[in-house]
Design a protein around this ligand. Structure first.
Ligand SMILES: *Cc1c(COP(=O)(O)O)cnc(C)c1O
Length: 422
């Protein structure tokens, strides 16, 4: 866990800021390894971990996880290309998403990925046509929108109208589905129940019910269960009062459930999707204080980064606006913490990384780290807003920093625009 210490693998954040500039994302390979390794050691060996690139699609971050055994769950042509270039075996890639294009489905077929996770009957029909035209069967996993939901997730998926997956009731009403789409090879079932789950019992219960669902759908539609993808949704604590997911408790609850299903279906490939759980704790968003000011009695530190790189820190998806953990990283802190408004360079009051953040008296030039920022950072943020562009990203491995993404320059942002003659 990036914990606010002034060094990462022995390298001072001040050195990283000096060498690569700020604002900067810093990822710690040791933390990626620890997140993956701890969970891998704890959970049933039949459960394969598919990394959801959506959380952090940097190719070197993916490669770091893949080198430890992670497979890939992709949601776009670019993520598919990233996975292939990072060296993930196509047989270890699944393609999820409610609105895949014809081009994306074609690319999935041509790369020979493990399966397309189909989310609608329309998509099944399109894929069936593409497969027929190519004379190759399209492996498909049906994404089911279950009739049930389990409480305890920040985003409940089952039991309500959603653009994701096919309603369980609709699927069960089409027992001849596999025959309707003969060029597809339906090989299993996927369900994703929600995200940011910190309660091990909820994940266990979700998984148990997804296994039941898979057996129900498999039997009714007469499809083989060659693969069951139980989603995931494992969370990371960001805010005060949230507690780490207890992996020992998860193992104690989940492993017997997996074992039981595996005993009944020994040939079935079992997939768990992991996004933020693997990458969020490994990342720090490093910003530098540009200006200090007070306004109507409040302290403001205007920093060089902001919500255009880190929308998650604004509390999107949370009802209560709470701060990500933030620390002074460049020097020994001295003085009693006082509340700071940490704001960025954008011309909107929403560009606030943290409200009333307790930090020691700040100086211009200080470095502040927003911790647990390795997931849903820049790619989930409006990086082009006000033309600031993408920040640089550095992966620290074996005590050495590697630039894994270059900072956008103004000319990069203009490169794809066309000036038409007046
Ligand atoms: C977003 C998503 C994930 C990853 O979610 P995390 O909360 O980052 O673990 C996994 N599976 C599906 C289908 C998703 O949409």
């Amino acid at each position: 866990m990036t914990d606010g210490r002034p060094r990462v693998q022995g390298i001072a954040y001040t050195e990283l800021a000096e060498e690569f500039g700020t604002p900067l994302y810093v990822y710690d390979d040791d933390v990626l390894a620890a997140q993956y390794g701890t969970l891998r050691a704890a959970l049933h060996p039949e459960l394969e971990f598919f990394y959801s690139l959506k959380a952090n699609p940097n190719i070197s971050v993916l490669a770091a996880l893949a080198s430890r055994g992670a497979r890939a769950e992709v949601c776009s042509a670019a993520e598919l290309l990233t996975a292939v270039r990072a060296g993930v075996d196509p047989g270890d890639i699944v393609f999820v998403g409610p609105g895949k294009s014809r081009t994306e489905l074609t690319a999935a077929l041509e790369h020979g990925i493990h399966a397309v996770v189909c989310e609608s009957f329309d998509e099944l029909a399109l894929l069936d046509g593409l497969a027929r035209a190519r004379g190759i069967p399209a492996p498909v996993i049906l994404r089911v929108n279950p009739a049930f939901s389990v409480k305890g997730s920040r985003l409940t998926m089952g039991g309500r109208p959603r653009q994701f997956g096919m309603d369980e009731e609709q699927l069960l009403a089409r027992p001849r589905l596999a025959k309707e789409f003969p060029a597809t090879r339906i090989i299993g079932v996927q369900a994703y129940m929600g995200t940011r789950i910190l309660d091990a019992a909820v994940i266990t219960e979700n998984t148990r019910r997804i296994f039941e669902l898979a057996e129900r759908v498999g039997a009714e539609l007469d499809i083989p269960l060659r693969t069951v993808d139980v989603g995931g949704g494992l969370g990371i604590p960001y805010f005060d009062g949230e507690e780490e997911l207890d992996t020992a408790e998860l193992a104690a609850g989940l492993n017997p459930v997996v074992e039981e299903f595996h005993t009944r279906h020994p040939q079935t490939r079992l997939i768990m999707e992991l996004g933020r759980y693997l990458t969020a704790p490994a990342g720090v968003y490093l910003v530098r204080v540009r200006y200090l000011k007070t306004s109507r009695g409040e302290n403001f530190a205007v920093v060089d980064g902001g919500t255009h790189h880190h929308m998650a820190a604004v509390g999107i998806g949370s009802f209560v606006k709470r701060n990500f953990p933030m620390r002074l990283l460049g020097r020994e802190s001295s003085g009693e913490p006082v509340p700071w408004q940490i704001t960025g360079p954008l011309c909107t009051p929403n560009d606030t990384l943290g409200k009333n953040v307790p930090l020691p008296p700040l100086r211009t030039g200080d470095l502040i780290g927003v911790l647990r920022s390795g997931a849903y950072g820049p790619t989930a943020s409006p990086v082009q807003f006000l033309g600031h562009g993408y920040p640089a990203e550095v992966l620290v491995r074996d005590g050495r920093p590697h630039l894994v993404r270059e900072r956008d320059r103004p000319e990069d942002l203009l490169a794809r625009q066309h000036l038409i003659a007046p």
